[in-house]
Design a protein around this ligand. Structure first.
Ligand SMILES: Cc1ncc(COP(=O)(O)O)c(C=O)c1O
Length: 374
């Protein structure tokens, strides 16, 4: 099977992890700090806190804003459900805006139409690694005095108008799950250019305690510390951080290869009558975390999916809109008719494999298999 996504691990990654296993610090050690510094340098931002998953990163990013219970946050339903769940963890109310068909990203006009006096933030996702219409979203945020949370789980290494993702929203979240742009096994990060927010995120990821284990280590260190807010233990280990540092060194090569594969798909699928290929907006570097196509409405997606899987192509569906899930149906009153674009995309979308180690022959195999359908 050619999987839809896969990590790229080489000997240097393995060595980096082994070195940590031989060291004194498996967690709260120097590699975590080094990974945070490397992320800041790569993204060009001021503060980074690395954590144990993208979901944890979202949770404390939202928590750090201290929004009143019941506040509304406008978000996309066309995402991995963790984006929306992070609002519910923090007693906030997700309000869905529809997406745009061509990019599957949140529609700024629909964000505008969902604003009420109770709206406090917008949480948007750079779907597939393609930056949203950030300029338009920022204008809305400034006009209505809203916070911005960018779920860039797909978009580490992508850029918008020449600047790396991680510099636009009040808080930006990355995920380091194996299929993501880089991996630490499980892992995530929150980055920001706001010192106060950064301080709250740092407290929240370590029980709300104001001194790290490193601060309390060594001949001159004391034992005392304070717990200032109700935090969690979302710390990343040094084992993971070492892998992250090693992976980050290769990120630009990964992104370049993902872009080459996406271009091959676009070229080979050009003229294929029953699929619409994805578009890339001007002025962005696309991260190509996933490559998705829309099937013609006459095609039975389930039959197509089974056929591709039987032929060892690891197709997938990203995503089931969050309001379809039982939890959301049982606890909220969303109506799928309010999201016509999301529904249409959901009914026709298929993810084709893309990851840096795919060869040209793999892409040819996927496209030839697809074209031989029926
Ligand atoms: C858009 C989006 N947000 C959040 C997450 C959660 O990240 P993690 O799996 O690292 O918790 C994912 C993971 O698939 C994702 O795709």
């Amino acid at each position: 099977m050619i999987p839809y996504g896969h990590q790229s691990i080489d000997e240097s990654d393995i060595e980096a992890v082994i070195d940590v296993l031989r060291s004194d610090w498996l967690t709260t050690g120097p590699k975590v700090k080094q990974f945070e510094d490397s992320l800041c340098e790569y993204v060009g931002c001021d503060y980074a806190t690395v954590v144990n998953s993208g979901t944890s990163a979202l949770d404390i990013a939202v928590a750090s804003l201290n929004l009143p219970n019941g506040s509304e946050v406008i978000t996309t339903p066309f995402t991995f459900v963790a984006t929306n769940n992070s609002l519910i963890y923090n007693n906030l109310r997700p309000v869905f805006a529809d997406i745009k068909k061509d990019t599957r990203n949140i529609d700024p006009d629909d964000i505008r139409s969902k604003i009420t006096s109770n709206t406090k933030a917008i949480s948007y996702v750079d779907y597939a690694g393609q930056p949203c219409e950030i300029e338009e979203i920022k204008e809305i945020a400034e006009e209505f005095d809203l916070y911005l949370i960018e779920d860039a789980s797909h978009a580490l290494g992508a850029s918008y108008h020449g600047k790396k993702i991680g510099n636009f929203a009040d808080l930006t979240v990355f995920s380091f799950h194996p299929v993501k742009p880089i991996t630490t096994g499980e892992g995530g990060a929150v980055v920001t250019n706001n010192a106060e927010i950064a301080e709250r995120v740092r407290l929240l990821h370590n029980h709300g305690i104001d001194k790290s284990a490193t601060d309390r280590y060594g001949p001159d260190a004391g034992w005392a510390y304070d717990m200032k807010v109700l935090g969690r233990n979302y710390r990343m280990t040094d084992i993971q951080a070492a892998l992250g540092i090693s992976q980050l060194n290769k990120l630009d090569d990964f992104i370049e290869r993902r872009n080459e594969i996406a271009s091959l798909y676009n070229e080979f699928l050009d003229g294929c009558e029953f699929v619409e290929t994805p578009i890339t907006k001007k002025n962005v570097v696309h991260g190509w975390h996933i490559y998705t196509v829309l099937l013609d409405g006459s095609i039975n997606r389930n039959e197509f999916f089974k056929y591709m899987r039987k032929n060892e192509v690891g197709v997938n569906v990203h995503y089931i809109p969050s309001y379809h899930f039982s939890y959301y149906r049982n606890n909220f009153n969303f109506n799928e008719r309010d999201y016509p674009e999301t529904e249409d995309v959901f009914n026709r979308i298929v993810t084709l494999p893309i990851h840096p180690e795919m060869k040209r022959e793999d892409v040819e195999y996927v496209v030839n298999t697809l074209k031989e359908w029926q």
